[in-house]
Design a protein around this ligand. Structure first.
Ligand code: PGA
Length: 248
């Protein structure tokens, strides 16, 4: 059984004070059956871990460098992230693929670095609006998966997040049939790439997940949770999403 995962990506938002939300989530979801993850900006990883202590909220980072150490001013290695007590790292978010030109090969190297440091790598992929409108969504996603997932990954060290770029922060989402089709394709391809382990890798949907659409999305086969941006910034929004996942 794949344990469901509600992951929040704060992006470049939040503050030390806003970490108070971890207390609220811990109180509200102490007995949650699903896993809860918050990925705040890197300077907040240590205070976030302190707040989360032994509660139900795990902490993750939003990216890492592929190298273990060296002359990479401003970058953070996966082992540094692990040292903070964080357990996950998002890699290949479309905002990083777009802003920093991260390629599939770089994303794969970052994911591998995360796994080598003992972190769960959350590999993001998804098509642009132009690609979807041109009928290319599936081939694009399949190629990203093949190029971005490290060989030998397992359900214990890999999560894949399908995030159509045009759905991120826009309030638009694909139809339920489109999400189901992509997730079924990803599942089949993960099994081709990783064998039986491909069955254990959690598949998240991301892009404008809100309290109002979460239950419908979570009812789809092969949707094992969500990667949530805007709605993960406030407990009032993230909590009902966690509840919907727990109930699914
Ligand atoms: P959103 O972002 O929930 O604000 O659309 C999702 C993401 O980028 O992970």
């Amino acid at each position: 059984m794949r344990r469901k995962l509600a992951a929040g990506n704060w992006k470049m938002n939040g503050s030390i004070a806003a970490l108070e939300m971890i207390d609220q989530l811990s109180q509200a979801h102490g007995d949650a059956g699903c896993e809860i993850l918050l990925c705040p900006p890197a300077p907040f990883l240590i205070p976030a871990r302190e707040k989360a202590s032994s509660g139900p909220v795990a902490i993750g980072a939003q990216t890492c460098h592929a190298a273990t150490a060296g002359a990479h001013t401003g970058d953070i290695s996966a082992s540094m992230i692990a040292e903070t007590g964080a357990t996950h790292v998002i890699v290949g978010h479309s905002e990083r693929r777009e802003s920093y030109g991260e390629t599939d090969a770089e994303v794969q190297a970052k994911a591998k670095a995360g796994q080598n440091a003992g972190l769960v790598a959350i590999v993001c992929l998804g098509e642009s609006l132009e690609q979807r409108e041109a009928g290319e969504a599936l081939p694009v996603i399949k190629a990203q998966l093949k190029g971005s997932v490290p060989a030998g990954s397992t359900g214990a060290d890999l999560v894949v997040a399908y995030e159509p770029i045009w759905a991120i922060g826009t309030g638009k989402i694909p139809t339920m049939a489109e999400i189901a089709q992509v997730h079924a394709t990803l599942r089949a391809d993960l099994k081709d790439l990783l064998g039986d382990a491909g069955n254990d890798v959690r598949l998240l949907y991301g892009g404008s997940v809100k309290p109002g659409n979460a239950a419908d999305i979570f009812a789809l086969p092969d949707v094992d949770g969500a990667l949530v941006g805007g709605a993960s910034l406030k407990a009032a929004d993230f909590s009902p999403i966690i509840q919907a996942l727990d109930a699914s």
